[in-house]
Design a protein around this ligand. Sequence first.
Ligand SMILES: Cc1cc2nc3c(=O)[nH]c(=O)nc-3n(C[C@H](O)[C@H](O)[C@H](O)COP(=O)(O)OP(=O)(O)OC[C@H]3O[C@@H](n4cnc5c(N)ncnc54)[C@H](O)[C@@H]3O)c2cc1C
Length: 371
Amino acid sequence: MHTCAIRSVLISGGGIAGATLAHWLLRFGFKLTVVEQAKGQRSSGNVVDIRGPALPIVRSMGLLSALRKFATRATGAEIVDSSGARIAGMPGPNATRAGSEDEIEVTRADLASVLLRSCDGAEMIFGESITELSQDAGGVDVRIGSGTERRFDLLIGADGLHSITRRLIFGNSEQFVRQLGMYVGTLACPELDLDTMAVQLYNAPGRLVAIHPGRDTPGAAFIFRHHEIRDLDHRDTQHHRKLIMTTYAGDGWRVPELLDHVRNTDDLYFDAVSRVRLPRWSRGRVALVGDAASCVSVLGDGSTKAIAGAYTLAKELAGTDDHEVAFRRYQDRHKRLISSPASVWLGSSFLVPATGFGITMRNRLLRLIAR
Ligand SMILES: Cc1cc2nc3c(=O)[nH]c(=O)nc-3n(C[C@H](O)[C@H](O)[C@H](O)COP(=O)(O)OP(=O)(O)OC[C@H]3O[C@@H](n4cnc5c(N)ncnc54)[C@H](O)[C@@H]3O)c2cc1C
């Protein structure tokens, strides 16, 4: 329990980092308000892994068994060719290590709701966003939506890749967010027939399509290389549909069937795979956590890092009366977990080889490893 002068904290964003931070700050005796833009829980089928430093944290939050109940049923992964025949296999989190404690794969939506349900005592404001902020030596004033003005001791931006908090304190995203030449679309496909519980991956040069069995509902993911799309609006679903349809037109395997799902879904997630990098994660009484502060989206183990970063920040805030000291210590400690460009390059080359030659070599390597 903290005994310091910091009492009220506003968290912008009730996703993975925001909910984890709220949980721990409540435990440490802070007064919490969370503003979450989404009105309800959406699921566009994407799955995330909780592993490494995040596992002991969710365990001490008392959430391990709840999360295990939501674990996907995937039994590994296999690369398939255009006729659906298996080319090579890879073990998955719930296959080789079933029952062990070193990795849990869940949908992002399930993870966020389990975390949010553990924030009893926080004031939750759904369907809103902060729109303005200013700060002085004693606190942070924010406007929520177009109306309410409120004052808090601290504001933490846990509002993801397109963070409004980051924009309000540091300015436009272009300085800090770099697209990495890959795009990702995901969607749930409830009516998809599956004859395997393995994740199936199909590659064409520069393109990947994956079908994931999920827990109850299968999902599909499209990840492809593309020159930078400068005017990409992550909310413009019609544009996203068109990009996916055009990019994958004429591809084999179950792609035509999956494109029908893309055409008909009203819940398509789409974004650029991006790197967020800022020299400082805080200014005055405002700090950033999760993807808002630093990430390689989709490929960078973001959920695990969001949980770990939120916990580190909460602990540092509880450990001192001086928020600036806490913010500095949090950044110093957490930045060690940030993915190196080399590991991201390796991961993306493996998942989405750019050429036919690259696909062949990757498959050969997988077959060799499997022997
Ligand atoms: C397709 C895909 C696959 C992925 N695979 C993995 C994986 O295998 N392993 C892994 O660890 N990670 C993976 N990730 C990444 C992971 O989902 C993120 O890194 C993680 O969710 C980051 O947590 P966060 O809390 O920072 O952001 P988010 O979970 O994105 O949460 C941000 C929250 O802020 C809210 N918000 C946004 N703007 C505002 C606003 N203006 N006002 C209020 N609220 C706002 C959003 O609605 C959201 O709830 C994947 C992501 C995608 C998209």
